[in-house]
Design a binder for this molecule. Structure first.
Ligand code: GDP
Length: 298
């Protein structure tokens, strides 16, 4: 039989340390608050957010002895309160096709997320088309074709190195002809050359607007939770490159507890449409602020 892995203690677990008692208690004093703050920062929550959360916990409670259970609940409440407004599924528009532009750095999980989303929409009975817009990476195109097969969704491709905007246009035509409800367009994630990338994304947008001035209806930024604080600068960068309308955070199944999501919600307020929790097609969940908060503080 496989050994059962004990989950690493979360923020509150570490704050109370090993204790013989089932219900350890600690006085809520400056020392404890400082430790708490430090742990929130270590958990990628960002300094500003950590300070505010700590201050809210301290308010009216200084000098009280709190149990680990109480503190877990307080902290989970605070975090869930920050996260609740951003927990929103991908909005569905009546427009056919609804055009979803997917952006993010290479390796963040764009291809995988597109495959998972396509599968979910297919399961909901929707007609979906995918455009493999990262025409510079042959591997990305092949991967997307594999995902398309798994999801039962056609994938539009173009020869390596060809213009992604022209592919996007062809995909618009196909999606319209097919009566597709959804068109997902993958894009390149080469941040090494931002100017090129910006022009490329702008051109894709310009071209699809020739077919539909209201498109793209969503611009999804895919972020990798294991990159920690890096995710914050990625949002800033991509907001300059594209009109980011929402986020998908991937790889929350690994060691990353995703504290950076709290910092992201606090700083940008962008909706979190879904979270990636594995490499399989069904490993995309709706973002649940309470579950997330509980797992983070645990
Ligand atoms: P892209 O370069 O942005 O298109 O990224 P990919 O979709 O190719 O993903 C990069 C790697 O991350 C692949 O090995 C995926 O299997 C993996 N991956 C993507 N999403 C998740 C996730 O939610 N959890 C885990 N564990 N791995 C993921």
């Amino acid at each position: 039989s496989k050994p059962v892995a004990t989950p690493a203690p979360g923020i509150v677990g570490r704050l109370f340390g090993r204790s013989a008692s089932d219900e350890p208690r600690r006085e809520l004093d400056d020392e404890m608050l400082e430790e708490l703050e430090e742990m929130l920062i270590q958990a990628d929550m960002g300094v500003e957010t950590a300070l505010r959360v700590t201050a809210n916990i301290a308010e009216g409670r200084m000098g009280r002895r709190v149990s680990s259970t109480e503190l877990k609940e307080l902290l989970a409440d605070e975090i869930a309160r920050i996260m609740a407004p951003v927990a929103r599924p991908l909005p569905i528009f009546p427009k056919r096709p609804q055009v979803v532009l997917v952006v993010g750095v290479n390796g963040s999980g764009k291809t995988t997320t597109i495959g998972k989303l396509a599968s979910q929409f297919r399961a909901a009975g929707k007609n979906v088309v995918i455009a493999a817009g990262d025409t510079f990476r042959a591997a990305a195109v092949e991967q997307l074709q594999v995902w398309g097969q798994r999801a039962g969704v056609p994938v539009m491709t173009a020869p390596e190195g060809s213009d992604p905007a022209s592919l996007a246009f062809d995909a618009m035509v196909k999606a319209e002809t097919d009566g597709a409800e959804l068109l997902m367009i993958d894009t390149a994630g080469r941040l090494q050359n931002r100017q090129d990338l910006m022009e490329e994304l702008a051109k894709i947008v310009r071209v699809i607007r020739k077919k539909d001035p209201s498109a793209p209806h969503n611009t999804l930024l895919v972020l990798d939770a294991t990159t920690g604080q890096n995710a914050l600068s990625q949002v800033e960068t991509f907001q300059k490159l594209a009109d980011v309308s929402g986020l998908v955070m991937t790889k929350l199944d690994g060691t990353a507890r995703g504290g950076v999501l709290v910092a992201l919600a606090d700083r940008f307020g962008l909706p979190i449409h879904a979270i990636g929790v594995g490499e399989q097609i069904d490993d995309l969940d709706a973002f649940d602020p309470r579950d997330f908060a509980k797992a983070l503080v645990g």
